[in-house]
Design a protein around this ligand. Structure first.
Ligand code: ASP
Length: 576
């Protein structure tokens, strides 16, 4: 290798020496007869000076922005008034230049990358990734994954790969299917997670497994979702819930300390699902700010305000003075999240004005005492069935965070525990699993299966929440085939249907299964939060846009008739 060092690794030891550097032309300036080039590599930049009489001049003169070049010459200190930190203290007086690869004019100026439309950045991702801030994110990601591997390996975990061409693993999303050529009309599914395989590894006696696993879920995309993404997948045998939480906490504390030099609490705070929903209206509450929901159902019960008089739940948020425009905007958020509306009150002296104030005269003092609302402050109220009311107000709470910049700097982590085992889908009138069908219920709630109190069954399931993002989730698993059948029954699988879809797994459970459990972390999401990025796409080298397209490689794309023929497929719809 001809290169003496990365640009950022040049030190005083290289001064007045003849060195060779390589990189990209970040900027070229012609000053009188002199050419100045800012050369960039992944570590930093260095100013190259090419004098008119230098043998390098003619070659340097051919160089355009983003061309790849090599320079040799003597490294000097820059004049004192121009010295900057790191390699900014030096300049190379070039006596040899080689244009290694001439670049055509790039579609956007890299130094303006932040302002460039994201579609352009995605189409030319390899140029986007040349920007130092993008490289920093790749570097952080690589460091975190190396630290995870080192930590878990030291704790006796085995890194085991599981198949990508497999059959459906239910995690609540649609599958991506891959047609089989050898067996026309049959399909593989790409894994939504390695769930069944990691459980099979426990049955196989592996005892401690981890994998940075690629997973695929066909669902609507958001800023924190991609159709293919990476999970840190973990499973352990002979454990209880606390063992999984403990290893996860130690690992996350280690990563934050080692990579970001940040301390996370020991232990992490814990909230039950019930507490999280009741207080913050979310099972992934952002704890960087307070603003808890307060219960006021009793105050309105049977009262003059008809909409609230018989509501199962009335909850309130007490906040600062808001304008009508802001309240209207928050009402829109509440409605989008399932509420019929958002009622409001403005505190004036010992009473209230505006909104529904004419209905609260009787208990104004109690409302003030319970909510602690300040003079001029606003109360925002939602009512309805408990989950609907708290969820809508939870969305309003997050909107207030953004509107009033309430979130404090830093990281707030928590466990959410005791999720419900089952979820009732009102649209279809059916029960479904909340986490996945292999999650174990609390032993003391087992007898509630099939009764009218089925919704009260608590799962041994937990989520890890960081700054309002769910960055992990897992559970203790069912290891008793009879309980697994009971669970399938509760979500409407007949024994035949369960056997058809998961026969191999049910068989495996019957051959000696240790108690086991695990967790999966959303690795991309964790990287997004750790790096302070606004979108998951910023921490993935080659992401898809929010329509699931790879704009650079142009995927998905149509298949040729020949390919379709081999697969025994006919396509009825044209391209979208
Ligand atoms: N398989 C689960 C998921 O992908 C995580 C787990 O239960 O370990 O969300």
């Amino acid at each position: 290798m001809k290169r003496t060092a990365y640009l950022a690794d040049l030190t005083a030891a290289h001064l007045d020496q003849s060195i060779t550097v390589q990189g990209w032309v970040a900027r070229r300036r012609d000053l009188g007869q002199l050419i100045f080039i800012d050369l960039r590599d992944r570590s930093g930049t260095l100013q190259i000076q090419i004098e008119p009489e230098s043998p390098a001049f003619a070659e340097a003169d051919r160089m355009r922005g983003e061309s790849v070049a090599e320079f040799s010459g003597i490294l000097r200190l820059r004049p004192e008034n121009q010295r900057k930190a790191g390699s900014g203290a030096y300049e190379l007086i070039a006596d040899r230049a080689t244009l290694l690869s001439l670049a055509t004019t790039p579609p956007f100026e890299l130094s303006k990358g932040r302002e460039v439309a994201e579609d352009i950045r995605l189409k030319y991702r390899y140029l986007d990734l040349r920007r130092p801030e993008m490289f920093e994110k790749l570097l952080l990601r690589s460091k975190v994954s190396a630290a995870i591997t080192a930590f878990l390996t030291a704790e006796g975990f085995l890194n085991v790969e599981t198949p990508l061409l497999t059959r459906s693993t239910p995690e609540g999303a649609r599958d991506f299917l891959v047609p089989s050529r050898q067996m026309p009309g049959e399909f593989y599914a790409l894994p939504q997670s390695p769930q069944l395989f990691k459980q099979l590894l426990m049955i196989a006696g592996v005892d401690r497994y981890f994998q940075l696993a690629r997973c695929f879920r066909d669902e609507d995309l958001r800023a924190d979702r991609q159709p293919d993404f990476t999970q840190l997948d973990i499973e352990m045998s002979f454990v209880e819930q606390n063992d999984i939480l403990d290893v996860s906490e130690r690992l996350l504390r280690h990563l934050f300390r080692a990579v970001l030099n940040q301390e996370l609490p020991d232990p992490f705070p814990r909230l039950t699902y019930q507490q999280a929903m009741d207080t913050y209206g979310s099972d992934k509450p952002d704890l960087r700010f307070g603003l808890p929901q307060i219960e006021v159902t009793d105050l309105f019960r049977g009262g003059a305000f008809a909409a609230f008089a018989s509501a199962r739940s009335v909850k309130v948020l007490a906040t600062n003075e808001l304008t009508r425009k802001q309240i209207d905007e928050l009402e829109r958020v509440a409605k989008q999240n399932g509420a019929g509306g958002l009622a409001w009150l403005r505190r004036e002296g010992e009473g209230f004005t505006g909104g529904i104030s004419k209905f609260v005269g009787d208990f104004a003092a109690e409302l003030i005492a319970r909510t602690g609302v300040k003079e001029g402050g606003t109360l925002l109220l939602a009512a309805g069935e408990w989950k609907k009311a708290v969820t809508a107000l939870g969305a309003v709470r997050n909107a207030l965070r953004d509107l009033l910049s309430l979130a404090e700097e830093g990281f707030q982590v928590a466990w959410i525990t005791d999720f419900p085992q089952l979820d009732y889908d009102e649209d279809s009138g059916t029960w479904t699993y909340m986490h996945h069908p292999f999650t174990a219920p609390h032993p003391e709630d087992l007898s509630l299966f099939g009764t009218e109190r089925q919704h009260e069954i608590r799962a041994q399931a937990y989520d890890l929440v960081l700054n309002g993002f769910e960055i992990g989730g897992g559970s203790i698993r069912i290891h008793d085939p009879a309980v697994q059948q009971q669970m399938f029954g509760a979500i409407g699988f007949t024994p035949e249907a369960a056997r058809e879809q998961f026969g191999f797994f049910l068989d495996a459970l019957s051959f000696g299964t240790p108690p086991h459990g695990g967790i999966a972390w959303g690795f991309d999401r964790l990287m997004m939060v750790m790096s302070g990025a606004a979108s998951i796409r910023e921490v993935i080298a080659f992401p898809k846009n929010n329509r699931g397209s790879d704009l650079m490689a142009q995927a998905p794309s149509a298949a040729s008739t020949a390919q379709l023929g081999e697969l025994g497929l006919q396509v009825e719809v044209g391209p979208a």
